[in-house]
Design a protein around this ligand. Sequence first.
Ligand SMILES: NC(=O)c1ccc[n+]([C@@H]2O[C@H](COP(=O)([O-])OP(=O)(O)OC[C@H]3O[C@@H](n4cnc5c(N)ncnc54)[C@H](OP(=O)(O)O)[C@@H]3O)[C@@H](O)[C@H]2O)c1
Length: 312
Amino acid sequence: MSQYSVPRLGFIGAGRLARCLALSFSRAGYPVTAIASRSAASAGRLASQIEHCAAFDNPQQVVDAADIVFLAVPDDSIGSSAHTLRFGPDAAAHPHGKALVHCSGASPVELLAPARDQGVSIGGFHPLYLFSGDLADLERICGCSVTIEADGTLKDTLTALAIALRCHPLSIPAGGRMLYHAAAHYAASFALCSLAECVALWRTLGFAEDDALRALLPMLSGTIETARDKGLPNALAGPVSRGDTGVVEKQLALLEGLGGDHAALYGLLTRRAVGLAQRRATPPAAIEAIAEAVEESLTRSLNQAAAGASAK
Ligand SMILES: NC(=O)c1ccc[n+]([C@@H]2O[C@H](COP(=O)([O-])OP(=O)(O)OC[C@H]3O[C@@H](n4cnc5c(N)ncnc54)[C@H](OP(=O)(O)O)[C@@H]3O)[C@@H](O)[C@H]2O)c1
């Protein structure tokens, strides 16, 4: 019988995510008992910051010293790592139940099937947060969501762990991770790509990147705040939200004139803006005319973008 009233946690991998989770779980009162990584140095560095936590050379030793093992390695190594772990014949009868969990948003939990075949619960625990590896992560993760894929007792345990991090648990059905992760890019990397597109266009007007970002970031923050307060349709601003067909038409034509894929990107995002405006209780009167102008421009600009790509 384990001496602990809560499950002992172990980590294989001691990178950006493991650092934040292991330290945060420990601070929240969970025993983080074992860490191994590719290099002994990084496992030792993390374990030394956690009371009663041992660094091991071999991931198998983490399995032996913990109830829930977080496989916090790069996605391409999850399957191969899971294949090497042995859980022993009494894994299913363990007081807290043994479990192997990965933290990827994109990779299927099925990669952990070799553990399930040994009677071990398997699951996914994906914090929707970009870990920097800095200590600031421990505070910034509060209020984020953790997307959990698991069944039965493990689901309850992972939910309790998310709440211990002061995160919101989200449940995802099996098989949904790739789409979920692809879509989440829009709130992270693709938000950066939208900023980069603006910076590139402003550069043609002579704006330096630093000046552009100083101008754009407060506007982005304000948009996020408004979305939080009022929801997406009512936070929409700009010519689509006002029903300014003339401005939308002129901007589409201007960007088509620049060549490349500028107008295609603008057109596709404007199509989404039209969709948001249509969700308002009272959409702008001109919304159908704007939608028509966008589709006509997209027909031209997507062909132009495709021709540009095939010419490369
Ligand atoms: N970073 C994020 O923002 C974030 C957010 C959500 C989810 N995730 C997920 O979290 C997981 C880990 O990502 P990360 O960003 O923490 O990666 P990372 O910073 O690159 O760290 C990876 C860790 O895994 C270790 N490692 C690599 N191959 C290994 C192997 N074969 N066996 C044992 N350890 C191995 C590395 O060892 P050494 O230190 O010894 O080199 C390193 O400590 C991934 O599945 C990722 O999708 C990451």
